[in-house]
Design a protein. Structure first.
Ligand SMILES: Cc1ncc(COP(=O)(O)O)c(C=O)c1O
Length: 396
């Protein structure tokens, strides 16, 4: 079989159609109902193994903190917890609480969150976790809370815009996040004056980094290495997330080996520990969204396919303009016969998953698979139109 562009190592096709980590998805969807997010634990473990290998190749000590905002389905978090050496990157006190409930220790949880309130800070201090902070305001307020940890990280604005498809909504440089590089030393001095020690320099460069982002990333990492040498209390550089997967045939995501080479170039000769916070790379390929076709209607020369999920169940197309590969679950490799518009069931004109999408002939009652859908799908779902119900299953 020649593999289509959206193929991953967790997928297979048998007589029952598309399977994820060996489990046929049609039967799973019929058993649990649609919309269904199916996630494969073996794929999660393979992705973590790949990242471990990429980090080991740098020759530096390293740490992986899974960014649970990507997918906080409890059985998935338990799978990651069972690995033993993987921590959590949390974005809110509630995420920390869930991580602790699942069994992560406070010293395995690192928080990188913006615009924290005093109430947030009091909760995070009580939770005993490490924070990466990014404003003078939050540093002052954190230092005033009794019982806070002494060591903090500083989040750096990457100051370059890199992201999937050059999409500004997914780039973090010059955005609301992070201390500007030329202000880091002043902010570190403020932290010191407040009795805090800056042990980590943090950056999150952007979502869905393409391989063409390598030069920009090299510059960001080189700047971090130089700032770390100017700040002797820094022991860890945390390079955030950003590795991703193909959402279009033309996508060329930055590969772990290339990322590892960039890290080695910048930090290989330092005494720094390298931490990272992958979300998409770990969770995206492990998840498939399955929806049922309820409407096939030819209107104005176009074939509209209506499905039983909307942009509230998966925001990618409506919110970011990011497509998914969409294939019939029972015939995922069948040759396309028509181009269709695929619409969700929310009362908004932008609730359209795909336009001009090539598909084999589709009937009402068929199941469609959206891939890759394991990251920022279920975790970003809302209850718009009271249609927030979907099933989630972990394939063990
Ligand atoms: C601070 C931080 N770390 C890590 C991540 C995870 O990023 P990704 O899903 O691109 O791996 C994000 C995503 O928004 C983030 O904001």
């Amino acid at each position: 079989m020649s593999e289509p562009w959206w193929w991953t190592d967790g997928l297979s096709v048998g007589p029952a159609g598309l399977a994820l980590d060996g489990t046929p998805l049609e039967a799973l969807a019929r058993a649990h109902g649609t919309p269904l997010y199916a996630t494969g634990a073996p794929t999660i473990r393979r992705r973590l193994a790949e990242l471990r290998q990429a980090l080991a190749a740098t020759g530096r000590p390293s740490a992986i903190h899974y960014a649970m905002k990507a997918n906080r389905f409890r059985p998935l978090l338990e799978t990651i917890r069972a690995e033993g050496d993987i921590g959590i990157d949390a974005a809110s006190p509630a995420e920390v609480a869930l991580a602790l409930e699942v069994g992560f220790r406070p010293d395995q949880v690192s928080v990188t969150a913006g615009m924290l309130s005093d109430r947030d800070l009091r909760t995070l201090v009580a939770q005993g976790v490490h924070l990466n902070l990014d404003t003078r305001s939050v540093i002052r307020r954190y230092a005033a809370i009794p019982g806070h940890r002494r060591a903090i990280g500083l989040r750096l604005d990457p100051a370059v815009a890199t992201s999937w498809g050059g999409e500004a909504r997914l780039a973090y440089g010059n955005s609301k996040f992070g201390v500007l590089p030329n202000e880091i030393e002043d902010v570190a001095a403020l932290a010191k004056a407040m009795g805090l020690t800056v042990d980590t320099l943090h950056v999150h460069p952007g979502w869905g980094l393409p391989d063409s982002a390598a030069p920009a990333l090299a510059a960001v990492f080189a700047r971090m290495a130089s700032l770390a040498s100017a700040l002797p209390s820094v022991r860890t550089v945390d390079v955030g997330g950003g590795l991703g997967w193909r959402h279009r045939e033309a996508d060329r995501p930055l590969q772990p080996a290339a990322w590892s080479a960039l890290l080695t170039e910048a930090f290989g000769d330092t005494a720094l520990r390298i931490a990272c916070e992958p979300g998409t790379f770990v969770a995206a390929p492990a998840g498939v969204l399955i929806v049922e076709v309820n409407t096939v209607e030819v209107r104005g020369g176009k074939t509209w396919i209506g499905v039983d999920a909307g942009h509230n169940v998966n925001v990618y197309a409506a919110h970011y303009g990011i497509p998914h590969a969409i294939v019939p679950v029972d015939r995922p490799l069948a040759e396309p016969e028509i181009e269709v518009e695929i619409a969700g069931n929310i009362n908004e004109a932008n609730d359209v998953f795909a336009r001009g999408c090539p598909l084999p002939a589709v009937r009402e009652g068929d199941l469609l698979a959206f891939l890759p859908a394991g990251a920022y799908g279920a975790s970003m779902a809302s209850n718009h139109c009271l249609r927030g119900t979907f099933a989630e299953v972990l394939i063990r």
